[in-house]
Ligand binder design. Sequence first.
Ligand SMILES: Cc1cc2nc3c(=O)[nH]c(=O)nc-3n(C[C@H](O)[C@H](O)[C@H](O)COP(=O)(O)O)c2cc1C
Length: 261
Amino acid sequence: MNNFSDNRDFMKSGFDLPEREFVSDQEKGIAPPPIEKDIDDFIDIIELPKVEETDLKNKNLFSCLCARRSRRKYTDNAISLMELSVLLWATQGVQKIIPAYKKTGHISLRPVPSAGGRQCFETYLAINNVAGLKAGIYLYRPLKHEVAFLYMVEDLPAKLIYAYGGEDYQAEARWLGHAPVVFLWSCVPYRGEWRYHMEAHRLMLLDIGHVCQNLYLACEALGLGTCAIAAYVQKATDELLHLDGENEYVVYISGVGRLPE
Ligand SMILES: Cc1cc2nc3c(=O)[nH]c(=O)nc-3n(C[C@H](O)[C@H](O)[C@H](O)COP(=O)(O)O)c2cc1C
């Protein structure tokens, strides 16, 4: 049997023994990091439609839960901007900002819970086919509910297929390359570490599960399909998004598309 037990230590009792002296930056009185990434290198900003105006195919949560499946077969038809707006809001939209309290920094409340409200993620979109949007890489700006068009990628489907399947699993990854939109969530670990030190890494990975589950349920409500992906090639995926792989890196992916009749 392989011995992985050292790698499990951070999940076990005793990891936070006093002699380890984990003192977070919050405890040291250091100012918190911002809620969302500051970007200045974008081509365009696109305001998203108000989610309240959407017409859901399935408004019943219980039937969405009953129907939820991972779906990898999509038609060539585009996703609408309204559908994209709902998916972004359901996964990372901001409902309320709680102003800084006891040095916690501003906290954003969203449809997904997050340990200590740290919300350590950025949502990138690889867009192949969303009505009204050019193909390319976008970043969701949750505070204003808008997307920033970052850059175009030559042969985006092939790059996505490689990011997921690498050299060896290109055929299996084909569906993702042609998905109308691919959600790629990065984490900015310092947002969690600032408050929770080492414990942050466990909490962030719990949090991202909530995010993707909301994508599944919102897709069911809209009559769209999605499938979570964790088996991607880390380096190729980080490079596709121009992430340094150190202070920001991809933690989860999910393709989204329109379902065949
Ligand atoms: C954490 C996680 C990682 C996953 N990674 C992949 C993946 O890399 N590729 C894939 O095709 N499906 C992936 N899936 C989808 C699972 O295969 C799917 O959820 C499972 O087979 C059960 O099917 P269901 O979601 O339709 O109930 C992943 C699901 C989860 C929750």
